[in-house]
Ligand binder design. Sequence first.
Ligand code: SAM
Length: 250
Amino acid sequence: MRFDVLTIFPEMFPGPLAHGVIGKALDRGLAELHSHDVREYADPPHWQVDDEPFGGGAGMVFKPEPLVRAIEAVEASVETSGPVIFLSPQGERLTHQLAKELAVQPQLTMVCGRYEGVDQRVRDHAVDREVSIGDYVLTGGEIPAMVLIETVLRLVPTVLGDPTSAQLDSFVEGALDHPHYTRPAQFRDWRVPEVLRSGDHGRIAEWRREQALRITVDRRPDLLPDVELSASETRFVERCLAQKSDREDA
Ligand code: SAM
């Protein structure tokens, strides 16, 4: 998979993406990351990428020509191009489902905005979709692009050493993840739950599932409608919901 990032700060990349499993995936050639300096597509002699807003008001706006030229140059240079994504607080929210959808693309072109935003004509005519990393505003699209790349890349088979390790991650099957413990079995007077040391894999799986469901009920009940539940799990969730409501009433 290939990522092309259009930015006025190409030196920000790979940045944190050079580390850990994502860094290894890039080193091993499982994915390619290219950052492109949008300023190179501006007009000489000033190579200006921003200008004052039509209609007045505070701040500057990212000019359309350098962005559209950069998008077209990337599309012309890659073998198979995928969607052009504008990182934007106004976009569809980045979720596990969206990352899964994007992870099957051969390539993604990511446009990082700056200033008050980019000229609307870029969004209307040169961008396929807009993606937001959450309901807050950053100063630029570079960190959102990094978040998107990391989220997508860890879903590409072979990127994680053990592909099964992502299977129980939060959101993958709808619910949040269960708690994790490692050695020592006792640290201070904090003990690891006995069941995890029992060697009984059936009981361990059942305990983990119940913990995951309980945490989901407590923290993210909005996720429950998308969680597939057996009849006994449905009863367990109903009990957890009743206990939660008792706690809230107390
Ligand atoms: N005026 C814009 C608005 O309120 O929608 C915000 C502009 S923001 C200061 C500059 C750039 O940062 C945006 O064009 C976008 O590329 C990026 N950005 C900021 N917050 C973001 C978020 N939550 N998700 C994705 N990109 C974001």
